[in-house]
Design a protein around this ligand. Structure first.
Ligand SMILES: Nc1nc2c(c(=O)[nH]1)N[C@H]1C(S)=C(S)[C@@H](COP(=O)(O)O)O[C@H]1N2
Ligand SMILES: [Mo]
Length: 228
């Protein structure tokens, strides 16, 4: 606990641990280490130009070329499908320009993104009206995220193929990543490999390690008092 430093995320985790009892202590300590890793720049957090930091929870991620890339969309849908970059380009294109904000405090103002609104992708495969959530898997093999169906259908949630006026670079999670504009950066999963329409939200990589599942900027992770 001495390494906890009173960060908002840390406090949230500690409060969560209080309910776990003795059996939860070992797990709680592991969670705390995970959160500390998230807050402290380590080998997989590289400072980058323009105020960005490149994040990866894995050591290195295999590159996918635009030609070889496929996005698998499956689950509670009429027509499961693997989308190539060309397939994505044929869908309606949407642009969103918004701040990009990591829960650890860094923010890049007014980043221009382009790609397919997630709701248009969901419509293209006929996502079931009974489905409650959408899960995302990274082709890094480890990182996962999810959104409720209501969140997923917001117009400012993108399957991004463009960023800052060009292709999404490998370091930023290309060729295709998520951009979830109203939420902290950890929702914006990099190296998007699979989208699955499901019946419940499943906590993602950082959420199992203490972050809030609903990650609204300014209204989650103990940041309720901050202006957005
Ligand atoms: N696959 C994957 N996606 C990820 C992460 C990660 O480690 N792996 N980190 C998340 C976090 S915490 C942030 S703030 C952003 C950072 O995006 P960037 O690396 O393009 O700056 O990616 C998010 N998506
Ligand atoms: Mo982040």
């Amino acid at each position: 606990m001495s390494s906890e430093r009173g960060t908002p995320v840390g406090r949230r985790v500690v409060l969560g641990m209080a309910g776990l009892g003795v059996a939860g202590v070992a797990v709680g300590a592991a969670v705390q280490r995970g959160v500390n890793r998230a807050l402290a720049p380590v080998k997989n957090v590289l400072p980058a130009a323009g105020g960005w930091r490149y994040y990866s929870v894995t050591g290195s991620v295999h590159r996918r070329t635009p030609q070889g890339y496929r996005l698998a969309v499956s689950g509670m849908v009429d027509a499961p499908r693997a989308f190539s970059m060309a397939d994505l380009a044929k869908l309606k294109q949407t642009r969103v320009t918004r701040d990009f904000q990591c829960v650890t405090g860094w923010r890049v103002p007014q980043v221009a993104w382009g790609g397919v609104a997630l709701r248009d992708l969901l419509d293209a495969v006929g996502a079931s009206g009974d489905a409650a959530a959408v899960r995302f898997k990274s082709f890094d093999g480890l990182y996962t995220e999810s959104l409720t169906m209501e969140q997923a259908r917001r117009p400012d949630v993108l399957v991004a193929t463009m960023m800052l006026g060009g292709a999404v670079t490998h370091d930023h999670g290309g060729p295709v990543r998520l951009f979830v504009a109203p939420m902290y950066g950890y929702k914006s999963l990099k190296w998007l490999g699979a989208v699955e329409v499901v019946d419940e939200v499943v906590a993602g990589y950082w959420e199992r390690r203490g972050y809030d599942v609903d990650a609204w900027v300014g209204k989650s992770n103990g940041r309720d008092d901050e202006p957005t």
